[in-house]
Design a protein around this ligand. Structure first.
Ligand code: ADE
Length: 222
């Protein structure tokens, strides 16, 4: 999987690719990435990337020209382009699974009030929202999308971990414990120390159901 990320703040994105599981996946050649600094594609001497919105209103808009230049430099019209935005469709695990089948994904990190609509019309395949809230940094929403995708790519994490995860099935995860067996007087449930795998499985399923009922009853609706 190859990610190409267009950003005004490449340092935010770079840190993610240089850390933890992603860094290992990059080292192993499972993931490739390129970060394009949108400012490098601005024409004028001040490298201006934003401007006032036509028709008035608060905030600034990311200009079309530098974005288009950056996108053309990577032949983005022939690639899958994702633009995370609060006005996108709700981003889901299903979409992550579908995007993980691509060989290359381009992400546009928005800023300010948004980006010029003509870029969305001409280049963007998926406008996605990571939730019903607004964050300032398109880098963060792009990284959420990237994280959800790269971990599904072959060899990045074990198949077993993926299978067990919340949202892969209909229920949330069961509670996890690790050593010590007692922490500040709080004991790990006896069943987990019993060695009885069948009973443990049953207990975990019960906990998964309870957690889902409490935290996300909507998942149980049908
Ligand atoms: N950028 C700002 N808020 C966002 C959201 N909720 N989803 C995706 N991108 C965003």
């Amino acid at each position: 999987m190859r990610f190409k990320i267009l950003s005004l703040f490449p340092e935010i994105v770079e840190g993610f690719f240089k850390s933890s599981i992603m860094a290992k996946a990059v080292d192993k050649g499972l993931i490739e990435y390129e970060i394009l600094n949108i400012r490098d594609y601005a024409y004028d001497k001040h490298k201006k990337c934003d401007d006032y919105p036509f028709g008035g209103g608060a905030g600034m808009v990311l200009k079309a020209e530098p974005l288009a230049e950056a996108l053309d430099s990577i032949n983005a019209k022939n690639k899958t382009v994702v633009f995370p935005t609060p006005s996108g469709v709700k981003y889901t695990q299903k979409m992550a699974e579908s995007l993980a089948k691509e060989s290359e994904i381009v992400l546009i990190c928005g800023r300010y009030e948004g980006i010029d609509q003509r870029i969305i019309d001409e280049y963007v395949d998926h406008e996605v929202s990571i939730g019903d809230y607004v964050i300032s940094s398109g880098e963060i929403s792009s990284l959420v999308v990237i994280d959800s995708i790269y971990r599904l790519c072959d060899g990045v994490i074990t198949k077993e971990s993926l299978q067990e995860e919340s949202f892969q099935g209909k229920y949330l995860e069961y509670p996890h414990y690790t050593r010590p067996a007692e922490f500040r007087g709080l004991k790990v449930p006896d069943i987990l120390m019993s060695g009885n795998h069948e009973a443990i499985e049953k207990w975990r399923n019960k906990k998964r159901y309870e957690k889902t009922l409490n935290n996300r009853p909507d998942l149980l609706e049908d």
